[in-house]
Design a protein around this ligand. Sequence first.
Ligand code: BG6
Length: 466
Amino acid sequence: MKKLPEHFIFGGATAAYQAEGATQEDGKGAVAWDAFLKEEGRFSPNPASDFYHQYPVDIELCEKFGVNGLRLSIAWSRIFPDGVGEPNPKGIAYYHDVFKQCIEHNVIPFVTLHHFDTPKALFDQGDFLNRDNLDAFVAYAKFCFEEFTEVKHWSTFNEIYPVATNQYLLGVFPPGIHFDFSKVIMCLHNMMVAHARTVNIFKDNKYPGEIGVVHSLETKYPVSDSPEDIHAAFLEDAISIRFLLEATYLGRYTDDLLAALDEICAAQNASYDFLEADYLEMEKASHRNDFLGINHYQCHFCKAYQGPNEIYHNGTGEKGSSVYRVNGIAERIYRDDIPRTDWDWLIYPQGMYDLLVRIKKDYPHYKKIYITENGMGYKDEFEDGVILDTPRIDYLRQYLSAISDAITDGVNVEGYFLWSLMDLFSWTNGYNKRYGLFYVDFETQKRYPKESAYWYKQLSETKTII
Ligand code: BG6
């Protein structure tokens, strides 16, 4: 039986917009999502899991079920309704109370400053494509470091790559732009610069605690041994993984990576322009990250592809409906021998192991890793108060075993945050893609532990993966 370390964190993960609801309460400012979702008309971010009011219940559940860390994000627009200017006392008081309750219940808060929810006022001015907004983010971060001194674990951003691609490639996040690789690359770079600047401010001011960034890293494999498919996987890896890890841990981009970017730009008629001064900031930060947060759910098998760009995002759970073909980079292939969820996410725990050992090998000064998200979206069935989510337990068992193997092989992983603590609102899937340890009846907001919650409690108590 595989074990996890004695002082491991068995956490649960959430995000403000997906959990809190109350999008117009107590002076919260608007975010671009409010209007975007309304226009789409598919689902509403209210009430979500009503964490804005239910947090005492959720935090008590954490304590009861051995969840000793809670990953959550601060909604920037609850603190600064327009992103800059006068802070909102009610938003500040709310988060102080959330953190206080966590601490009182032996649940360590791990706080992300930005989880897909830039205030609308700044978003409308170009979000992170607008360099002025980097200043606004850094000022907001500094305010939080000085205000929320009870927090000791900070992440700057959640998932820079999905921000850039969902906003400017897939178009499933506001502003809904498709296939604009210039914007994708500049968004990636600018957010990494904002991360570096924030880390440097945190360290220069000697704020207590630790700081890092959360990257979504989905391992890429060639679908065959052909040189073309191997190259396709190399290109996908370059833009979605190496770009972020080089920016984080080298503070610059290697020539090899820039050559891959140039190839992508040539195929996609795109360009980029990075400022020399940015590299100074990034290099300074590159040895100051206390941890790397990794969100990992799935991996991709890549096949060389030249043809029209074509992406269909499976946001309904209709298995087999996903399409991903990007000219000059890759087509993603679903293999019949690898199981996948109803949303076409491949269940391949080897991808987690390979990713972890690669980070240790390629970036030996990485210090520490937290798995900040991993879990299985599933159409849970509620029968007489019982939720038998056996496929989820099976998924968790496999991925945690891969993490345990990586730890045995010398990778320093110190915690795991299961996505999600309770069922949440999913940005592009709404409410039927459930991930929680706790089932949420979205009508009554009552919580019910799933079978996986009991399994996780036992894991947290015994550190043994059964
Ligand atoms: C991560 C995000 O990408 O994956 C979460 O950080 C998100 O916000 C989670 O909800 C699961 O994705 P989805 O699309 O299934 O909700």
